[in-house]
Write a protein that binds this ligand. Structure first.
Ligand SMILES: C[S@@+](CC[C@H](N)C(=O)[O-])C[C@H]1O[C@@H](n2cnc3c(N)ncnc32)[C@H](O)[C@@H]1O
Length: 207
């Protein structure tokens, strides 16, 4: 109960969030399944519709235990998947799934330096924790190749509070907004979210 209340209100600073997800990691997949968390699957369905060619290299920011990665790997079998998160224990669980080529412990607002550029970057279920949008989008721009895509979900209640439309306008010189979904259920069987707190899926394309 405490967990879900914190989820709605936000957990706190990066250290608190890291500890929260470390402590939750072994139960996370089970509980999210109980709450009927389908955003990873919905994200893949969106990618299947919108991407003209399958991704070759994907960076999964805030990958957690790998729920989005698992759905991606089912559909894009040749894609090479990289992931990062601040929760070491979640990363260990993601590693056991054998779907990520490379997993690193890193804040999504920090520069991710790899030898390759990605044609897809994802950040599913995690925009809630972004403290500095400039840093996040700058990192995404840095990691993406030209014309690469960024898919993320964002809670509509926070979208309104943060005036997220303005944030999208602010990055419009670097990213074209390719698609914004209608409101979608997020955690329908969690009593605090139900059909009250919904998300949108957003697909941006780097110029
Ligand atoms: C709700 S989970 C989503 C995980 C996964 N993407 C999914 O769909 O199941 C949120 C994740 O964001 C991670 N996270 C929170 N703040 C972060 C940050 N600043 N940098 C990187 N990861 C972060 C947490 O550790 C957690 O694994």
């Amino acid at each position: 109960m405490v967990k879900s209340k914190s989820l709605v209100e936000g957990i706190g600073n990066v250290l608190t969030t890291k500890k929260y997800y470390d402590d939750w990691s072994d139960q996370y997949d089970f509980i999210l399944n109980q709450w009927h968390y389908k955003v990873p699957k919905k994200s893949i369905n969106l990618l299947k519709k919108k991407l003209k060619t399958p991704p070759k290299y994907t960076l999964d920011l805030a990958c957690g235990t790998g729920l989005f990665g698992e759905e991606l790997a089912k559909v894009y079998k040749k894609n090479q998947l990289f992931g990062s998160d601040i929760s070491k224990k979640s990363l260990l669980i993601a590693k056991e799934k054998n779907i990520y080529q490379n997993l690193i412990k890193k804040n999504f607002e920090s520069r991710h330096r790899f030898n390759i550029k990605f044609d897809l970057v994802s950040m599913i279920g995690s925009m809630t924790y972004c403290k500095n949008f400039d840093k996040l989008f700058s990192n995404v721009k840095f990691t993406l190749c030209k014309k690469g895509y960024f898919i993320f979900s964002h809670r509509i209640d926070l979208w309104k509070k943060q005036n997220f439309d303005k944030i999208l306008i602010g990055i419009s010189k670097d990213f074209k907004t390719h698609f914004i979904s209608r409101p979608l259920l997020y955690l329908p069987l969690n009593k605090d979210f139900k059909n009250k707190i919904k998300i949108r899926l957003v697909l941006l394309q780097k110029y």
